[in-house]
Design a binder for this molecule. Structure first.
Ligand code: CA
Length: 227
């Protein structure tokens, strides 16, 4: 496994590299503190996953992400500073695959990496799940409601799939966390809330209804489906 870390804080680079090596002794880590060089490394090093800081000295992480997405669908985890929820939402809109808020726990970081690398290895197929007026192409992350289409991120697609499979009954935060990361971690509920907020808006664009995913306070969500 090849991991590229684009982050200008050397202490963070060091601790991420160490965590990765302890978990996967064969991992090959490359790093840079500059966005432009990071872009070049995505091409020349061809990593299996990219860890991307948003605040970089030359071009910011959003610009790096935008340019990466012009030529690569490599999984990208963005590193965000605590409290910058707008940054997270913007990063996910720009097709980052996941995010971690600094300071983060080692276990949380490794879980994110593991789930994305695992997902990347799932063979691409055209599996379609249909229920009610919804149709979702699971590997393309395309969601249709009747004739209206919206593209989801991978994480949004996994959450949508989990919710619609269990339509009209409660899906707990921990159920969603296990679907996304294989386990629950500190901070996972906050992360799920951000994803669901995005997903709800996207579903609203195709259905005109913002109550499709209903929040069950402190428990999880219900996907309201009329069949
Ligand atoms: Ca930084």
């Amino acid at each position: 496994m090849k991991v590229l870390i684009i982050e200008d804080d050397e202490n963070i680079v060091e601790s991420l590299s160490l965590s990765l090596r302890m978990r996967w002794p064969d991992v090959v880590v490359s790093s840079t503190g500059m966005g432009e060089e990071g872009l070049q490394l995505v091409e020349t090093f061809s990593p299996d996953i990219v860890i991307l800081d948003l605040g970089l000295p030359d071009i910011n992480g959003f610009e790096v992400l935008r340019q990466v997405r012009l030529f690569s669908d490599v999984p990208v985890i963005i590193l965000s500073v605590l409290g910058d929820e707008d940054d997270i939402v913007r990063g996910l809109e720009m097709d980052a695959d996941d995010y971690i808020v600094k300071p983060f726990k080692k276990m949380e970081f490794l879980a994110r990496v593991k789930s994305l690398v695992r997902r990347k290895n799932v063979p691409v197929d055209l599996t379609v799940y249909e229920r009610g007026d919804y149709k979702v192409f699971l590997s393309l992350h395309h969601l249709y409601y009747k004739e209206n289409k919206v593209t989801l991120t991978k994480s949004e697609c996994l959450i949508f799939y989990k919710l619609i499979q269990n339509a009209n009954s409660v899906v707990t935060y921990s159920g969603i966390a296990r679907e996304l990361w294989g386990d629950e971690y500190p901070g996972s509920i906050e992360a799920i809330r951000v994803y669901v907020q995005r997903l709800r808006k996207k579903i609203e664009t195709v259905t005109g209804n913002n109550a499709v995913i209903e929040t069950k306070s402190n428990v999880g969500y219900i996907f309201n489906l009329q069949e």
